[in-house]
Design a binder for this molecule. Structure first.
Ligand SMILES: CC(C)(COP(=O)(O)OP(=O)(O)OC[C@H]1O[C@@H](n2cnc3c(N)ncnc32)[C@H](O)[C@@H]1OP(=O)(O)O)[C@@H](O)C(=O)NCCC(=O)NCCS
Length: 162
């Protein structure tokens, strides 16, 4: 476990499930086409992906999902409790996930952010992230999830929609 006086960062355990889903909900990251419990289960089924939880005073106040595909690393579901933002916890969670990737020899990390989500882009720029000139394309392998995503709402809000 990595820690300092303000935040302990440790790997997710099954006991964290409700708190982590609640954090993602509070941070506005949940989408109808993404079942967070299923995403947690899939992540936990691989040794090449992990969820980290940031704990302060026995309460989960931050979480991030990280993984790699054998080539590049990816970050998902970064959330800091709305009452705890602006204190460096988001940066700590990202740096911890980056360290996890680097320890596995992964040379580069990516994050998908909605083009309209300027706040999160600014956050990642502050952490040294740059625009990637590649276009991300997708195809749903789960038609049911794809059908939920199909009727585009005006703007689903902050965070990723992937
Ligand atoms: C985005 C989020 C994780 C940031 O967490 P946070 O704990 O407030 O961020 P930090 O305090 O660690 O900020 C780190 C740096 O980014 C800067 N920063 C944070 N938000 C910023 C913003 N909206 N615009 C510009 N800079 C910003 C901070 O000033 C800080 O800079 P410094 O370290 O040089 O002083 C948090 O606001 C959140 O959970 N948002 C909702 C969920 C979400 O959108 N997640 C991203 C999914 S892609």
């Amino acid at each position: 476990m990595w820690s300092d006086s303000a935040l302990d960062i440790r790997a997710y355990t099954a006991e964290d499930r409700r708190a982590v889903v609640a954090l993602w909900q509070a941070a506005g990251l949940l989408r109808p086409w993404n079942d967070p419990e299923r995403d947690i289960d899939l992540c936990c089924s691989s040794s090449e992906s992990e969820i980290f939880v940031g704990v302060r005073e026995d309460r989960a106040i931050a979480a991030i999902m990280v993984g790699h595909d054998g080539h590049r690393g990816w970050l998902y579901y970064l959330a800091v409790d709305p009452g705890s933002t602006g204190q460096g916890f988001g940066r700590r969670m990202v740096e911890h996930a980056e360290g996890w990737l680097a320890s596995r020899g992964v040379p580069k990390v990516h994050i998908m952010i909605r083009e309209t989500n300027l706040d999160v882009q600014a956050f990642y720029r502050r952490l040294g992230y740059e625009d990637n000139p590649c276009r991300v394309m997708q195809r749903w392998l789960d038609p049911a999830a794809g059908a939920l995503a199909a009727p585009k709402t005006a703007d689903p809000g902050a965070g990723t929609s992937d």
